[in-house]
Every structure is written in structure tokens, then in C-alpha cells.
Design a protein around this ligand. Structure first.
Ligand SMILES: C[S@@+](CC[C@H](N)C(=O)[O-])C[C@H]1O[C@@H](n2cnc3c(N)ncnc32)[C@H](O)[C@@H]1O
Length: 252
């Protein structure tokens, strides 16, 4: 008897990008972090979203009346394919370090902790230099990183599973597992599985958790002056219990 063809269960990059949007809806009315950035965007004529992912923030800005130049950059093809559903925004595939814009933007932004994907010192330096070059004189760069003192990675373990249903009505079980914590860099996996634990995909990520002092050394080297620093989305100061380091820096 002929054997049934062996099928390998998979969850594609496109599936993962769609799931990201479902699990991380951009909504300034609901999320104070989204409201923080929405306010900055409303005040800027030209905005560069570095690590824009699926582009939800710029989509929202355009839908809510932003009439200026909006540009999103990301290395992830599948995420950008979703971003490109709106054609009245410029989308560019690439990484921060090799951006070539010159004195063009009022505001550059890295949201969703995208800055933490820059793990090597050289990458941070090149990326900040490219952000600075992209900004007009007096333009601002706003971004957040998770404060290392909060040790967010402590909860990234398989005992914390999330059961979700994706846009295609597929039930999924998701979890994270830390593989290494080395100095200020955390390497971990994100697993997407069937509800019974059958693994569909495993994503590997490294994130850097810089404290404010070393972060400010990189910003100063890039000639970006810290104009404001917050520890929460309501613009409170950074304290010993802050979970975020939120920075607004200005190109001198
Ligand atoms: C957690 S997602 C955040 C996406 C989006 N900004 C948001 O707030 O939902 C981080 C994004 O950073 C992008 N990324 C990773 N390394 C990058 C780099 N070197 N330059 C620019 N973007 C990068 C990833 O592809 C990913 O889309």
C-alpha cells in the first residue's frame, strides 16, 4: 500500500508576520507607548521608522491624517510585505547601519524595542551614525530599550506559554526559552507550536540590554544629545523600578 506523503508542519514567515500584527495591534487609544509615539509623529512633517516591522505605526499615522513624508525601513521581507499593503508610504528593505538618507527627517523612531536588536558595538555605532545623518539639524531620534534592572528575560521560559488563535483560525501554543545571558546580551528562542506541543517554527533572537550610562556613551559618540529620558510611557523619570529606558535625542 502506498504510504501517505509525509507532511512537515510549518508556520511560514508570512504567517508569523500576520500573527505579530494580531498579537501587537498598534492602538494609541489603548497603549500608552503607542500614544507616546503618536504624539511625536503628529508634530513631525517627515518621519523615519527604523525597524518598522509590519508598518502598523505608519499605517495608523497615515490613516489618522498624517500628510507628510513617512518612510519605514526593516530587513524582514515578510514583515515588509505586510507593510507594503499601504502604498502611500515609502518602504525600504535594509538595516539601520546601511541607511543612506541625508538630512531628510524631522523624526526617526525605533519602536517595539527594535534598538535592542543592535547587539554589537560596531552595529550600534554605525546605526546611530546613519540615524543622525538621516535627521535634519535639530531633528529628534526617539526609541526605547528594556531596562536591564527589570530582567524581562526572567519570564521568557517555557512555563509561561501563550495559547492564541491566529487570523486563519489556527490554534497555537507559544513560548520563549532563554539560551544564554552573556554580559548585557540575552539570546533566546521563540517557539510556535500546535496546542499539543508539536513544533511549527523556532525563531532565534539576541537582544542587548544596555543601561542608561553606556547607552548615553554611544549617543554622545554619535553626536546625538539626550533631550529627555523617561522610565515609563507617562513621562515619569527613570527610577530603580523602571522597566523601560525611553530616550529622545536631538541631532545638534
Ligand atoms: C520587535 S520588532 C518591532 C517592529 C515595530 N517597530 C513595532 O513596534 O511593532 C523589531 C524589528 O526590528 C527589525 N530589525 C532587526 N534588526 C534591525 C536592524 N539592524 N536595523 C533595522 N531594523 C532591524 C526586525 O526585523 C523587526 O521587524
Amino acid at each position: 500500500m502506498a504510504k501517505a506523503p509525509h507532511t512537515v508542519a510549518v508556520y511560514s514567515d508570512a504567517d508569523a508576520a500576520a500573527l505579530y500584527d494580531l498579537l501587537n495591534p498598534w492602538d494609541p487609544e489603548q497603549w500608552p507607548g503607542d500614544a507616546f509615539y503618536a504624539e511625536l509623529i503628529a508634530d513631525a512633517d517627515s518621519v523615519l521608522d527604523v525597524g518598522c516591522g509590519t508598518g502598523a505605526m505608519l499605517h495608523w499615522a497615515r490613516e489618522h491624517g498624517h500628510a507628510g513624508r513617512l518612510v519605514g525601513l526593516d530587513p524582514d521581507k515578510a514583515a515588509l510585505a505586510r507593510a507594503r499593503r499601504r502604498m502611500d508610504i515609502e518602504w525600504v528593505q535594509g538595516v539601520a547601519a546601511t541607511m543612506g538618507w541625508d538630512t531628510e527627517f524631522d523624526l526617526a523612531i525605533m519602536t517595539g524595542h527594535a534598538f535592542q536588536f543592535l547587539t554589537a558595538d560596531d552595529d550600534i555605532r554605525s546605526s546611530l551614525a546613519a540615524v543622525r545623518a538621516a535627521l535634519r539639524v535639530g531633528g529628534t531620534f526617539a526609541f526605547e530599550t528594556r531596562h536591564p534592572q527589570a530582567q524581562a528575560w526572567e519570564s521568557w521560559n517555557p512555563s509561561n506559554v501563550s495559547d492564541v488563535v491566529d487570523a486563519a483560525d489556527r490554534a497555537l501554543r507559544m513560548w520563549h526559552q532563554v539560551e544564554a545571558v552573556s554580559d548585557d546580551t540575552v539570546t533566546f528562542t521563540g517557539t510556535t507550536a500546535e496546542p499539543d506541543g508539536t513544533v511549527l517554527r523556532v525563531d532565534h533572537t539576541s537582544l542587548r540590554f544596555l543601561d542608561a550610562a553606556p547607552l548615553d556613551v554611544f549617543l554622545a559618540e554619535a553626536e546625538l544629545e539626550v533631550e529627555a529620558r523617561y522610565g515609563d510611557w507617562h513621562r515619569g523619570p527613570v527610577t530603580s523600578t523602571s522597566k523601560e529606558i525611553i530616550t529622545i535625542a536631538r541631532r545638534l
